[in-house]
Write a protein that binds this ligand. Structure first.
Ligand code: FRU
Length: 466
């Protein structure tokens, strides 16, 4: 640990000690930064039985800034404990940001692969000049501190037709070979995913790329490749896709393609499918738990958004991660549902049928069975509604103050039979038809606004924890 690392560690601790006491929107179940700004989940893994989640962390300002890796751990994927800041931009090769990356677990070692960002000051376009994205390996034995860092690749090692934007290594092992995907932007302004291989985790060879012609954006960030229920998924976060009707309504997108066949040779097959249709979802990453579950966590937020705000900035922090979601394939569709640990967490349960109006706990879950139509108003100003005759599910803020400026999102759904709504103080995650479609948003109710109003032909269960 060098002197810069030690100085920062002290400054971050001081910042946390002095954090504001008033914090009405802090979640109970979700990962949020103690102070400052959070973005992408990084290095998700289960190491020696414990779940680890790292995240992009700018500790000094709620509006963002220099990126570190924040760290937290959990026994059950629901209660997370902050563990400090193991990765810092403290070397010449990562001095302007320890950017996103992933974890590989082998025996008693955690290998963290990430991007070291360098941005020169001067008259640059920061696309083909003025910037470097290095691939770095950080090794940890205890999962909480980094023993050594090693520069593995620089822009000179990437294919020549790329801009300086190459980042977010996701690494896995298959048989006796290691694989790494990285997101990239070509000089033709096409988003692509690069595939590298290695026999020793340190020397990497570029093998090939995944790409798709025709309107999929100029840059693909945070790629992920995994096999699930016999299918191979390529997950990417494209920048620069144009809105098409109800699709791609956010500033940037996150979604999946299926790969046809073995990932060594496979091409992208089929269409891009958005992972989340709400306002706040980006840069998801997945990991394989010891029990074989493929679990995904996303950033409940989005870069470069101008239309809406997060009210927690006034409390000294901004953004959180989504609830960990179990992935599965049903009828050829990738489904996301809250991890099953959530089922056991609630200790109060109330059954109802037909309409319902009343107060709700700030952290609670609603599970509904629906016939043909439903309309739910949360906190007097967030409406979730569906009518089979129209065939569109809507998430609409009728109170713009409640949504910090968020407006409306929708998705075509032929039939809606079930719905789970997870509310955690300042977030709402809606899982439709057993996780086939998901809508995620932040919201900011006043204390007295924690109410729910349900109408339609509905049966439901309301769960909460005391
Ligand atoms: C995605 C992203 C990544 C990058 C990180 C920097 O939100 O832009 O591509 O590594 O954030 O914080």
């Amino acid at each position: 640990m060098n002197a810069l690392h030690q100085t920062w560690e002290k400054l971050i601790e001081e910042k946390i000690e002095k954090k504001q006491q008033k914090d009405p929107y802090r979640p109970m179940l979700h990962i949020a930064p103690p102070v400052g700004w959070l973005n992408d989940p990084n290095g998700l893994c289960q190491y020696q039985g414990v779940y680890h989640a790292f995240y992009q962390f700018a500790p000094f300002q709620a509006e963002g800034g220099l990126k570190f890796w924040g760290h937290c751990t959990s026994q059950d994927l629901l209660h997370w404990e902050y563990q400090g800041v193991p990765l810092m931009p403290d070397e010449p090769y990562d001095c302007h940001g320890a950017y996103s990356g992933s974890a590989l677990i082998e025996e008693d070692t955690m290998y963290l692969f990430y991007t070291g960002n360098i941005k020169f000051s001067g008259d640059y376009d920061y696309i083909t000049t003025g910037r470097e994205n290095n691939t770095i390996l950080a090794v940890s034995q205890d999962g909480s501190t980094v023993a050594e860092k090693e520069l593995l690749m620089t822009n000179q090692d990437y294919p020549k037709d790329l801009t300086r934007h190459v980042r977010d290594p996701k690494v896995w092992k298959k048989d006796d070979t290691y694989y790494m995907v990285q997101g990239a932007r070509t000089t033709e302004n096409q988003g692509v995913v690069l595939l590298f291989t290695s026999k020793d985790k340190r020397n990497w060879t570029y093998l090939r790329r995944y790409k798709k012609e025709g309107g999929y954006g100029y840059m693909w960030e945070c790629p992920d490749v995994y096999e699930i229920d016999g299918l191979t998924v390529l997950s990417v976060s494209p920048q620069g896709m144009k809105q098409e009707g109800l699709h791609y309504a956010n500033c940037y997108q996150s979604g999946t393609f299926f790969l046809e066949g073995d990932f060594h040779v496979a091409e992208i097959a089929g269409e891009f499918r958005e992972l989340d249709r709400g306002f706040d979802f980006y840069a998801p990453q997945s990991f394989l738990a010891d029990d074989g579950r493929r679990i995904q966590i996303g950033w409940m937020g989005m870069p470069d958004v101008e239309e809406h705000q997060n009210k927690t900035v006034a409390d000294g922090w901004q953004n959180m991660l989504t609830i960990p979601r179990e992935l599965s394939i049903r009828d050829g569709i990738l489904c996301q549902n809250p991890v099953r640990e959530l089922e056991d967490w609630w200790n109060q349960i109330f059954f109802f049928e037909g309409n319902y109006y009343g107060k709700m706990e700030p952290c609670c879950e609603w599970k509904l069975t629906i016939e043909k139509e439903v309309s739910i108003t949360l906190a007097e100003g967030l409406v979730l509604r569906y009518q089979e005759s129209e065939g569109i599910f809507w998430m609409e803020f009728t109170d713009h103050e409640l949504g910090g400026g968020r407006t409306i999102r929708g998705s075509e759904i032929k039939a809606l039979s079930s719905m789970r709504i997870l509310i955690d103080v300042s977030s709402v995650e809606v899982f439709l038809n057993d996780g086939t479609d998901v809508f995620t948003t932040r919201f900011y109710p006043k204390k007295e606004q924690y109410t729910v109003n349900i109408s339609g032909n509905v049966k439901g269960i309301y769960c909460w924890h005391l």
